[in-house]
Design a protein around this ligand. Sequence first.
Ligand code: ADP
Ligand code: MG
Length: 754
Amino acid sequence: MRERIRRFLQRPGTVDLGPLRVHVVRANELEPSVRDLADADLGARAREARSRGDLGEFCALMREGARRALGLRPYDVQLLGMLGLMDGRVVEMATGEGKTLAGAMAAAGYALNGRRVHVMSVNDYLARRDAEWMGPLFELLDVSVGWVGQGSSPEERRQAYSRDVTYAPVSEIGFDVLRDRLRTEADRRVVPEPDVVVIDEADSVLVDEARVPLVLAGAAGVGAADPALAEIVRSLRARRDYEIDDEGRAVHLTSEGIAAVERALGGVDLYAGGDNGVISAVNVALHAHALLKRDVDYIVRDGKVQLVNESRGRVARLQRWPDGLMAAVEAKEALVQTESGEILDSITVQALISKYPTKSGMTGTAVAVAEQLREFYGLEVGVVPPNKPCVRADEPDRLYATRGDKENAVVAEIVKAHATGRPVLVGTLDVAESERLAMRLRASGLSCVVLNAKNDAEEAKVVAEAGAHGAITVSTQMAGRGTDIKLGGEEVARLGGLYVIGTGRFASSRLDDQLRGRSGRQGDPGTSVFFTSLEDALVTSYAPDAARMSFTPDEDGLVTDKRARWTVDHAQRVAEGANLEIHRNTWRYNKLIELQRGVLLEHRDAVLHGDAALREMTVRCPARVEELTASVGEEAVARAARQVALFHLDRCWAEHLAFLADLREGIHLRVLGRQNPLDEFHKAAVAAFAELLPEATARTAETFETVEVTAEGAALADAGLRRPTATWTYLVQDNPFGTEADRLLRGLKNRVLS
Ligand code: ADP
Ligand code: MG
């Protein structure tokens, strides 16, 4: 093992976990001596070993605990992974290596040292599964554990977060933090001060999800999107009336399109006058029509639009796009429009994670993002070798000229493999593709199970069966991630193990590797291969020149031309670069907002937990304070001042966020004036923030002078000052609309040119 470990540990760009090996070696020596300890002593001994810094003994005790409580004796590499996590690293361990156990032992290690630990998962199912699965280990060690899911009540959440170790999806923790920020009573905080975080599927959370701010919004009336506009844009023709940019992120009307819309609206001139309202509405409707695809970006279920999370291919409950877009999609699907609202606050995954003084993570694909983890989080990657060498055969891509040829080849390959009884797992790019493929397979007389964002409750159970003899499982990219696929016995192993077929390369090679990794776990045999075509969205979006290449495919459409094959890798690298740029950009703009939020929250805390508001009002409105104190008493006055101040602080912050969002949209216009957009943004944002606290105080004083105050506090609602009746959360791509300004400009340009 030593030799193998040494080879693995010295990958460039990663830290060497080698020095931790001595502890594992010592754990092996100590193993017999801890066998006779009483159950009740294990936790105390582990705590004591940890505090003495005797990590060898600590490893031995953890191994013994896991063996007794879970019936799993941790492999050496799992102990190594645990030590890496306890060292604050992102450890790379392949799929099926047992990261759940390594993570739980590390969490226990932190907890036994008096720390409070969050284990972040990528979804509800995994948070609960892992907390319950690892529960007996924690119990044996006398460490308390809980879990949070989308359906948890506030009380259940508070309970779960009060435990030593809390398992929760990253989005739930983020949304709980957001909701906590808006609390108006001092004792209502749900999430305690962040301390230690252990992140499962760390690359997914820290890189893929990091681009997506988590948003908390409040109800503010009914959203409006004109169904007539949805009708009008439906009648437009791609390329003639509108053009989609290469990356499929933005769409704009051509001059023909503008003319068609103007005609349909009854001969108006869209660009006459200063009112952009109609143009924006048209653009949002067009975005909903042309860029958001049913069963790819969203599904319609129970009469509602539900988003599909891009990086995971799963439905995100209670999450929505920014309002205009949500309403436009609802209009497009002719659904009843849901309530619209305003952003109350938001947080990026990166800002959320950065609040933890101690961070660590685990994933099968960390090395590929080692640089980003260092740049954005100051985290180092350490590689843990597999328990048994991986013998999976990763075959070269099979590239086809057209999508049709590719799909034919995929079906033929599945039929061929299935005829031998070998289990096949097919990874598709989206829901629509899964269903198309399933239909073709059924037409060829094969039965298959389709896993996609539509049946996410069942997918874990189903994907666990994907290794059974003769099974065909079709799955969108990350459906069932985190679920172990065991081979259906010796016979399946003889047939070559699980055969993983990707129907297209993902936007990141990491996601390709995640799919491949579903096969060949713990030294199992297995094969993986990707079928690609020059018509795949990845290629047409990120390497559009490919369309002009000349080569001759064979009669089945298979392309062997070297340059064409290179194009696919190239497109993927461009896509990875584009996503990295989006991440950087999100962060650049959010850094300043985060600073301002910090200042605001500090002030808000002083109001919430103390008498800062009363003191302010005593200076501003002394007569009113005196009058009220005489009638309702000092405590009620202080409460009223606090309520009014919190209301206006939260309002002013929501307005500030709306201002910043507009500012960012408008900034791109200024780029034309050769100013640096980020500098411009900073200047304006700093100036606006300087006004925020004085403005909130002024409004507070104004309300305080007139609002009715009783022993219960201030009658805010009677004064027309209502907090949102409902809040919901959603995720946004950094720039979901493309930029409004960009499109407006392009629209104008087209007119000028026409
Ligand atoms: P990963 O998250 O690394 O993909 P999991 O934590 O889901 O892996 O574990 C994969 C499988 O390995 C599970 O079925 C688990 O029961 C099994 N496993 C984990 N650790 C051990 C061990 N020490 N001995 C035997 N089986 C183990
Ligand atoms: Mg896992």
